[in-house]
Design a protein around this ligand. Structure first.
Ligand code: NAP
Length: 566
């Protein structure tokens, strides 16, 4: 296949793209390093964690190629569904490539933009959040329209978007979570997904108000018998960075949180919290943990927190695993250091405790005998590891142990994308966004959305014209914010390539190049535009400043809409 005239990123990338079915970050890095000359992988300019991207920093830096003349192509209209990091980076790439003659409509179901940066990043990680300065600049661009409070799949369907744009980029992330699948997980109060817990302290309107009473009860009000020292335990399952965020928020000195953008309501609940012990439980060992060493060190070094560790001994295969992964080696070293210094530290006596327990899986939640509707204890099964290094699996040993005094349990075992837009259309065929339920992603090839005919029709895959996907919805719920930059580069690269081949859609002339805005207004949806978001932004910042915080978030959609109206 021939490379397009308008080369992608200034190189002929096609043979590589066609040759690889699913590139890992390493293969992409290898590809970029080896083949792209004169391309700017602009992480420095977008304020992401540069260290994580050192492999992408290239020499011989030149700007992206942009179209500058109207004679090259008619204006391009794009719709990006989701204003989280993936959607914002994709928008940035589209604007950069197409120059002046483009327009991007960004839809978001929330009245406020930035998705996981606002609702997912922990409040005490202000540096990570500062990427919103860059994203704000993108929203301010006159070529961009923000349409907040518009829910894709409910207010508008893919069927309604595609005829209005040259291309639609799906970037609505992962709105669900993986379950443990053990008895009483759904029945007892006090058991939450980490995703919802994070949403609670970050003021996500879907969780903040809904969970406030229940979490308040789990952390503060539950009557724990005097004989049990009035100490409550929080158990967190999973050894990823989200688990670390939750543990840190539960253990950190509340005064340190009071100058962050955590909601006042969550702050008050944490102030009253009875949680004295946080148990971090992982089904595999220290050599297979998913967390980043930097985040782990931050948790292990929290002031006034005693650290205990169970079952971190290494077998031969684990040593091999550590040898092959620098981050994991660093994580293991951090744990050893914390054990030496903090387990017996006098200054940490009678304060809070972090206990990290490897090689354990939850098998059952049990109710509190004083409050039968709520969790009171959890049974863990001790695991052994089987298999080769690099693919070690946890296997139950039959030995169990019980953790008592549990008033809150968080499952932090992964986010999950959900299938949206599954309505049947007027012809009776499902015009949904294709979805791979096993992998929890929209099936794609380098960001091009793929549809599959059913088995009777041969089960063949074909590209859905003008529909692309980016971010966690494309590759699964893994990776930090900056990873979305590379992901957006790839998806927009595919789009640009298809454009050069004449494979984008042509917007229907009946819609007069106005995008989906008029349709949602006609449907009576109260759209929050950039002006509305500005009003909310100013309001939150002013409210925050009065209490020494960068912002005090509005946590109810109705209030957001009221402020947006002005
Ligand atoms: P994650 O990194 O994939 O970790 C998930 C954890 O859950 C793993 O330890 C996994 O163990 C465990 N797990 C999965 N299924 C389980 C089960 N059935 N029973 C017990 N344990 C189970 O996911 P995450 O923590 O949700 O984070 C998502 C992404 O966001 C990650 O890439 C993370 O780095 C990123 N993030 C980054 C930051 C930061 O940089 N500060 C903050 C938050 C999130 P196994 O390994 O055994 O499967």
């Amino acid at each position: 296949m021939k490379a397009p005239d308008q080369s992608v990123f200034g190189v002929r990338a096609v043979p590589f793209r066609m040759a690889c079915a699913s590139p890992s970050r390493r293969t992409l890095a290898h590809f970029f390093r080896g083949r792209i000359q004169g391309v700017r992988i602009g992480v420095g300019s977008v304020g992401v964690d540069q260290k994580r991207f050192s492999c992408f920093r290239l020499t011989n830096v030149k700007p992206f190629r942009t179209y500058t003349s109207t004679t090259q192509h008619p204006p391009r209209l794009f719709c990006v569904v989701g204003s989280g990091p993936a959607g914002m980076y994709a928008t940035d790439r589209l604007l950069t490539h197409y120059g002046e003659h483009t327009r991007v409509d960004i839809l978001d179901k929330s009245p406020v933009p930035f998705g996981l940066v606002r609702f997912g990043v922990a409040p005490d990680h202000a540096n990570t959040k500062s990427v919103t300065n860059r994203f704000d600049g993108i929203l301010n661009d006159p070529r961009v329209s923000f349409l907040g409070n518009v829910t894709f799949g409910r207010d508008v369907t893919l069927d309604e978007l595609t005829p209005r744009y040259h291309a639609t980029v799906l970037a609505y992330g992962a709105d669900g979570d993986t379950k443990l699948g053990i008895p009483n997980e759904d029945e007892l109060n006090g058991i939450y997904s980490a995703r919802r817990f994070v949403g609670w302290f970050n003021g996500d309107p879907n969780h903040a108000t809904q969970l406030s009473k229940s979490i308040d009860n789990s952390l503060t009000n539950r009557c724990v018998e005097e004989s049990k020292n009035n100490h409550s335990t929080a158990v967190i399952f999973g050894l990823g960075n989200v688990a670390l965020d939750c543990a840190r928020i539960l253990l950190r000195d509340v005064d340190e949180l009071s100058s962050t953008d955590i909601t006042s309501q969550a702050l008050q609940t944490l102030k009253n919290s009875n949680i004295k012990k946080v148990l971090l439980v992982g089904r595999r060992g220290v050599a297979q943990s998913a967390f980043s060493p930097k985040e782990l060190r931050e948790l292990l070094n929290l002031e006034g927190v005693k650290v205990t560790v169970m079952d971190d001994t290494l077998e031969l295969e684990d040593e091999e695993d550590l040898k092959n992964s620098r981050p994991r080696r660093r994580a293991w070293e951090a744990i050893q250091k914390a054990k030496d210094i903090r387990e017996n530290s006098e200054s940490n006596k009678n304060k809070k405790e972090l206990s990290v327990r490897f090689l354990r899986s939850p098998v059952e939640f049990l109710c509190d005998e004083n409050d039968p509707g709520s969790v009171g204890s959890v049974t863990l099964e001790v695991n052994t590891l089987t298999g080769e290094s690099g693919s070690r699996k946890a296997q139950g040993s039959g030995v169990t142990e019980t953790i008592d005094d549990v008033t809150i349990a968080l499952r932090s075992v992964g986010y999950k994308s959900v299938s949206l837009d599954t309505e049947k259309n007027h012809t009776g065929y499902t015009q949904s966004v294709p979805f791979d339920h096993d992998k929890g992603v929209v099936p794609n090839s380098f960001g091009r959305v793929l549809q599959k005919t059913n088995a009777a029709m041969g089960g063949q895959q074909w590209q859905v014209p003008g529909v692309y996907v980016v971010g966690w919805l494309k590759r699964g719920p893994k990776g930090i914010i900056g990873d979305n930059l590379v992901c957006a580069e790839e998806t927009v690269g595919s789009l640009i390539f298809d454009d050069a081949k004449g494979k984008l859609r042509k917007p229907d002339y009946r819609f007069k190049d106005k995008g989906v805005g008029p349709l949602v207004v006609k449907k009576g949806i109260e759209v929050v535009d950039i002006e509305g978001w500005r009003r909310i932004d100013v309001f939150e910042k002013e409210r925050g400043a009065s209490v020494g915080k960068p912002r005090e978030k509005i946590t109810e959609v109705d209030e957001m809409l009221k402020v947006a109206r002005g």
